[in-house]
Design a protein around this ligand. Sequence first.
Ligand SMILES: Nc1ncnc2c1ncn2[C@@H]1O[C@H](COP(=O)(O)OS(=O)(=O)O)[C@@H](OP(=O)(O)O)[C@H]1O
Length: 310
Amino acid sequence: MGPMYKGQSNKLNPCDDIRHRRIWSKSKWCGSLPRVLVIGPQKTGSTALYSFLAMHPALVPNLPSPTTYEELQFFNNNNYLKGLDWYLNFFPANLSNSSQMAFEKSATYFDAELAPRRAHALLPTAKIIAILISPSKRAYSWYQHIRSHGDPVARNYSFHTIITANDSAPKPLKDLRNRCLNPGKYSHHLERWVSEFGAHQLHVVDGAALRAQPAAALHALQKFLKLSPHIDYNNLLKYDAKKGFFCQVTSGEKTKCLGKSKGRIYPPMEERSAKFLKRYYTPHNAALSKLLVRLGRPVPPWLKDELSNG
Ligand SMILES: Nc1ncnc2c1ncn2[C@@H]1O[C@H](COP(=O)(O)OS(=O)(=O)O)[C@@H](OP(=O)(O)O)[C@H]1O
């Protein structure tokens, strides 16, 4: 089965078509599609959120992909051309009458141009979860991420050189600057998700709050998802002083934390880069604040902070 969304006016959902449903295989069917999508963006704590949600008895994560690990990256890239059959392979078929819901997290969905339309074409009733931290911190964390993955441009240029590259800079530098900075224009991307799914299907997690007090953030998220049972994450997560983050309680005093690539150790951002980014993101942060107020959502403390004059 081919792609479900090809152009502006061509939304085609095989799950809505009785002729498709009649010939559907027993082991793969639309009922196992995810009902919750965590869309990122990258470097906001999306893996922590994914692993915490996977602990919930009412939620079932996707099976891992051999190439992109826990992320399927279906709606944002060429995996989409592999079609619905490919996507369904990653979700257990036996969720039929159970109260469990499948979910998926791909942090690359957030800022991908086609992802909201494609996701909506297939999953019109899905709940969409975005997770946001200070866009400046996100950009710096992303730079550290691709640098440690050996990206040659990130290895050859400092963070400051990349974020301040102007339009006469060499193309690889400009491309990296865009990939580093564009996802942080949060309001622009969120508006696209809101216009496809409507505000009532979207929840914004404050990534700083999830990091500092995960149980409270997960309490609000469970309410939004109307999960049953409602569980108390205070009993399931514990701050691990060695890791410097909350981790999953395994047995007794023991914890299981995310791997080394989540919570990397690197020097603090240079003051001049922080200043540059604060100014760069001001119009985008102001638009985000306005959008959250319009949607009746709380404005995170870090956003108020970024918009202050200090
Ligand atoms: N509990 C817990 N454990 C580990 N890490 C945590 C946690 N909560 C939030 N974070 C922050 O998550 C940052 C990585 O974000 P993502 O998981 O979204 O990155 S990725 O896009 O999936 O690569 C990662 O960024 P870096 O600190 O730059 O490594 C962390 O700061």
